[in-house]
Design a protein around this ligand. Sequence first.
Ligand code: FES
Ligand code: FE2
Length: 464
Amino acid sequence: MNEMTTFVDRSNNQMPAERHGVEAYISPEYARAEQDKLWRKCWLQAGRLEDIPEVGNFITYDILTDSVLIVRAKDGTGPGAIKAFANVCTHRGRRLVDTPKGERNAHGSRANFVCGFHAWTFDVTGDNAGVCSYIQQKGEWGGVLNDANTRLGEFKVDTWGGFIWINLDPGAEPLRDYLEPAATMLDPFQLQNMRTRWRYWTVFDCNWKVALEAFNETYHVAGTHPEFMAFGDFTGWGRQQGKHSHIGYDLPKDADPTLGENKGKLRLGTGDPRVATAEMQKYTWEGVNTNTTQTLYEVAQTLPDVLPEGTPPEEVLKYWLETARAKDAARGVVWPTVDTAHTAASGTSWQIFPNQQIGHAVNNMLCYQARPCGFDPDKCYFEVAVYELYPEDGAPETQWSYLAPDQFPHVLQQDFSNMAAVQQGMKNVGFRGNMPNPKNEGAVTSLHRNLAKYMGTGAPEMVR
Ligand code: FES
Ligand SMILES: [Fe+2]
């Protein structure tokens, strides 16, 4: 039995009306304090397992001044297969692996790393992972150099959902405990089997929270993406789930309750659902290239021809998803089966505290991440990655590529148009603080409740 069928769908409950201040977004002191209180405490998603499939493959991950060298040290999934080292030479502190100019991170394959300053050499694979294996004129230290005082510093690392997570805090709780209940809720979607269709990073003139919060609610659809209103109703909910939160769409009031799946990401348009779904899929596929796949898009285009006028929505949904599922299976792309109640309860995306959003479905996902860009509260890195299921060996090779904000798909540019404007607006002395919609924007409130626990400041207060 799928244990998650017992998950309580609380989407109709709403958060209280809370207000939180702007300190978390605009204060330089707060931004600086985040390093020790947040970034050096939380589990952070630092890459994908498929980024480092072979022994010796590596990626780096930078969070403010801390840089992490993540290496596949051994085959398999056992302890020590993936290692996370402090990306710094233990001799005199030169960064061990440089990030190529203009790139998000370093990546490649090596059995060892030679420091560019005095050539100390560090092994990063096998049982020797982390060992400093070559030191010029080692005897001149009088014999005091040993493995313990020369090996690379090491951080906690673990994997879930195909993602590699690191934690800079030696006392951190286990990853699985940290991720719950998101991990259990998302496990049936088998995110580990998905591969990137595309992934881009950019830089915004806003705080990292402003960037993330532009995507963790559907309340903005009517104002920011008015074109979507032609396809249906995008009202939704956002719920705190411990450290994390999730969001989803409301089911239309007169809808058949068996349409629970329609609350997930793969949803129908309203009106004539055959036509509206075909149009919404076309607009989504061509306009933003997220949240759907070529197969779903192509099958959706046939709906008005294949199904008779007046086909009830639940039958349109069933035909669309079952046909696309079979079409994909025929080319070796097997979607996991997730029961309807679970899909409905899971919503459309999870916000993993502090800085990742996973927009999940059975055959694709859309992930956003944001990180501070130095200690300037007005700047952040923002990353978008679109994943889907591919046939074995059929996934494209992608790396993180930079894209200027105005080069992203136009629907995302609509979201981006609010970033700097929100950041500037919050600095207005006449602004009294954020008042998220208690139902639609519960994920915003959840973030600030949890931030307040880590930061010791900024707890939301009731709106009066
Ligand atoms: S700082 Fe790396 S060898 Fe000297
Ligand atoms: Fe949006």
